[in-house]
Design a protein around this ligand. Structure first.
Ligand code: SF4
Length: 235
């Protein structure tokens, strides 16, 4: 069997702590990969910084059931394939660090999260991100948010990636590829500018603006409807 030329080198980048569970709120200038495609305010508010008065925030029931079903599907699929000779790691953690200059200060920004599956096929590493769909995904259009999230994992591991969609009711699967060059371009054009806005706001101790789509629907945008801060942002 051929040696794995890049896997051990790439794996050395993986942090081995187990700190990135669902409830984990990362410290300042650290952002969860799964939150990056979404609202730029929410990750800052979740830290409850002492320069924001959150005393009036009403907690909403969380989406435990939907999230739990998705997690179980991930675990089932990961368990199914964990013995495959192509699987290098299940749920390895990443901490991708880059620096940005804001207000004449150089800041280290950390993007932290889990890769669902890291595989090694035909002498190439590949990151795989699994998404559970509520129902049959035959007509499902893959979301740009999911490609953004995948891009961070790809840049962390310097390899191509795949999105796997699975329907909860039928088990139907769909696969979409994204090459490393596309991931690097998404990183440069979309992810770094977005994260920089969040970091700038944190550095200046001010909240990032409400995203336009959210503001135009006055709290009725889908993300706001499920957000514990909707009363804070829109009342
Ligand atoms: S209510 Fe909407 S704008 Fe405010 S933090 Fe939540 S998702 Fe973002």
């Amino acid at each position: 069997m051929k040696a794995l030329p890049t896997a051990s080198e790439q794996l050395s980048k993986i942090a081995l702590s187990n700190q990135f569970s669902q409830d984990y709120v990362p410290p300042k200038f650290h952002y969860r990969v799964s939150s990056i495609p979404y609202c730029i305010r929410k990750p800052i508010l979740r830290r409850s910084p002492d320069w924001v008065d959150l005393s009036m925030v009403e907690k909403q029931p969380d989406q435990w059931q939907a999230a739990h079903i998705g997690t179980m599907m991930h675990q089932a699929l990961q368990g199914d394939i964990s013995g495959s000779k192509h699987v290098v790691a299940i749920e390895p953690e990443i901490d991708l660090i880059f620096d940005v200059e804001i207000d004449d200060k150089k800041l280290d920004i950390h993007l932290v999260g889990h890769i669902d599956i890291l595989s090694h096929i035909d002498n190439k590493l590949k990151v795989i991100d699994i998404k559970a769909l509520k129902s049959s995904g035959l007509n499902y259009t893959p979301k740009q948010e999911h490609f953004l999230q995948l891009a961070v994992y790809q840049v962390a591991m310097q390899c191509d990636g795949e999105l796997w969609y699975m329907a909860r009711d039928t088990g139907e699967e769909m696969f979409y590829e994204q090459d490393l060059a596309t991931a690097q371009s998404l990183m440069a054009m979309t992810i770094i500018p977005k994260v920089s806005i969040m970091a700038q706001a944190e550095l200046r101790e001010e909240l990032p603006p409400i995203p336009l789509q959210h503001a135009s629907k006055q709290g009725q945008f889908w993300e706001c409807r499920y957000c514990e801060f909707s009363s804070f942002c829109f009342e």
